[in-house]
Design a protein around this ligand. Structure first.
Ligand code: NAP
Ligand code: 8YV
Length: 332
């Protein structure tokens, strides 16, 4: 038995999880403290567990001020803000919530892909602005279009998704779920990872640049670790080319955002669908001003069902740790 007497809640959590946590444990919200670092210096020793999220994480210096912590339970699969190595060195268990969000993140990748290719958000803005009505009855909304550019008030054409080529960068739990979605759209799918994945039906492409050259849609879903920083750089974007679209549901750090903006401005790629950004929640004005870009506020896992399942896994990880000393989903 590893009884958890006092839990530190690192920041704001989804209400259902916060309720369940407070109903079951004695919890202190660090975010209520005017000076969290000073609070931890004085009171850090009383906590034996931390609950956080992929978005909030836990600064390594906060963990250093928590000498009695035995377990960290994080809401989310990304561990880029959680000090896993420091925890490991101290024998602290780290729980997270993989798998339960695969479907929703993959669905969001496809929502972005379909939206940027078929221009649905852009078309919605067109209708709301009254531009369709102003076209008159003779136009039937058909575009006087040249390669995607809007002419006059007509809306124009998008790009066909079914049967297109999709390159998936990162073929882990979510990447494989995205690749399977491609089958439903009769897409040809290839992927890039550092090591080929055994037992999957998709071709491994050892060169990311080659994959970008080959595909119509490059979907990024690697982890946001230091080795993936700016993996999608100028060279990869140039390889993707003026008919290629970039989709990023991984982390903002994986894409060189300045290079992406330049490529979009120069028409060196066709468009982008982005759920994550380098300095989120700040999104560069250069992106918000572009019609061939779809922007989401990091909502890939944000459905009632998935957030409920993620919250449940946070609780189940704590429960399993108390009963057995093991986690259901351990980060190392
Ligand atoms: P996972 O199962 O650990 O898969 C990670 C994949 O990334 C693996 O295939 C890995 O393959 C690949 N990878 C790592 N470093 C690479 C590199 N340098 N070059 C190429 N590929 C590399 O993780 P997951 O559960 O699928 O989640 C992936 C990430 O998605 C999370 O870490 C998180 O950051 C992000 N995510 C975002 C949202 C959102 O709301 N937008 C939601 C959930 C997750 P190799 O190691 O063989 O290279
Ligand atoms: C999180 C995510 O839900 O799991 C991840 O890595 O990015 C999202 O699913 C979000 O960051 C809230 O913590």
């Amino acid at each position: 038995m590893h009884t958890l007497n006092r839990i530190l809640q690192a920041g704001k959590l989804v209400p259902a999880l916060e309720q369940a946590l407070h109903a079951r444990y004695s919890v202190h919200r660090l975010a209520d403290e005017p000076d969290p670092a000073a609070f931890l210096v004085e009171h850090g020793a009383q906590f034996d567990a931390v609950v956080t999220s992929a978005a909030i994480g836990l600064p390594a210096q906060h963990l250093a001020a928590l000498p009695s912590v035995k377990v960290i339970s994080s809401f989310g699969v990304g561990l880029d803000k959680v000090p896993v190595e420091e925890a490991k060195a101290r024998g602290i268990a780290v729980g997270y919530t993989p798998d339960v969000l695969n479907d929703c993140v993959a669905d969001t990748a496809f929502a972005l892909l379909l939206d940027v290719a078929r221009r649905t958000a852009e078309a919605d803005r067109f209708v709301r602005a009254g531009q369709w009505a102003r076209l008159g009855s003779n136009s039937f909304g058909l575009g006087r279009k040249v390669s995607g550019a809007r002419m006059g008030n007509s809306f124009g054409l998008g790009r066909k998704v079914s049967g297109a080529r999709m390159g998936v960068v990162g073929l882990g739990r979510i990447g494989q779920t995205i690749a399977r979605r491609g089958l439903g759209f009769d897409m040809e799918v290839r992927y890039h990872t550092r090591r080929p994945v055994a037992g999957v039906p998709w071709a491994h492409e050892p060169s990311l640049t080659e994959l970008a050259t080959w595909c119509d849609f490059l979907v990024v879903i690697t982890s946001g670790v230091p080795s993936t920083r700016h993996l999608i750089n100028e060279e990869v974007l140039n390889a993707l080319g003026p008919r290629g679209f970039l989709i990023n549901v991984a982390r903002g750090t994986v894409v060189d955002e300045a290079a992406l903006i330049r490529a979009l401005q120069d028409g060196r790629i066709a468009g982008a669908g982005l759920d994550v950004f380098e300095s989120e929640p700040q999104v560069p004005d250069a992106l918000t001003g572009m019609d061939n870009v779809v922007l989401l506020p990091h909502i890939a896992s944000a459905t009632h069902e998935t957030r409920q399942a993620m919250g449940q896994r946070v609780m189940d990880n704590l429960d399993a740790f108390e009963r057995t000393g093991q986690l259901i989903s351990a980060a190392y």
